[in-house]
Design a protein around this ligand. Sequence first.
Ligand code: TTP
Ligand code: MG
Length: 223
Amino acid sequence: MEEEIKTHNYSPFTVLVEGNIGSGKTTFLNYFKQQHQNVCALLERVEMWKNCGGHNLLLYMYEDRERWGFTFQSYVQLTMLKQHTFKTNSPIKLMESSVYSSRYCFVEKMISDGILPSPSASVIDEWFKWITSNAFCSVDLIIYLRTSPEVVYQRMRERNRDEEKSVSLQYLSEIHEMYENWLYHKTAFTCQASVLIVNADLDKFAILEEYQKVIPNIFGACL
Ligand code: TTP
Ligand code: MG
């Protein structure tokens, strides 16, 4: 990830695009990147997880969550930190998920499944607390691409990522609950910014209308 040269002193308006696996985060970022020149869209993270020094950590994690869960989530946290601190001249930065969803949804799920032993969870948490309390991760808006587990399960099957072949509807339902509790019911963890809900069950044509609704919130300050 190359850094653009920063020529101003203000930080970009930072939008987290959040939602379950297969909810359409990448599609959302690609759409706004193509439509609007003044957007910096950070997209390459799954590629990084598939190649850490030549190792496909995403694959290893799904093959053996107990053996590789900590390694994988540690690396995810690092790549998210890189994206949060990525410098850009663009006034708007869109991120596909964040250090927050990684901790609140995926690490939390590993803890509740007993996959992540307490000492390992503590190490991730110490990093997480340091990263988030040192103001590297400021957020202005969260867009929650809200889906039903059945819909994302179908999309995931169609997308057919090699690494995700073992991912079940049950797993997606439980990750869905994590997102719901964080961003919809707001009963778990703190919400970092105001949350806009998008009906992301819609197909790729119908969802364009939903995209239009969030434009004023994303571009309000600079249109
Ligand atoms: P997502 O981050 O949900 O990305 P995606 O590309 O599947 O989403 P979209 O279709 O909306 O663009 O997940 C990518 C893979 O990484 C998925 O298999 C879930 C996994 N993952 C974790 O296991 N832990 C994490 O902390 C994160 C962020 C993802
Ligand atoms: Mg994606």
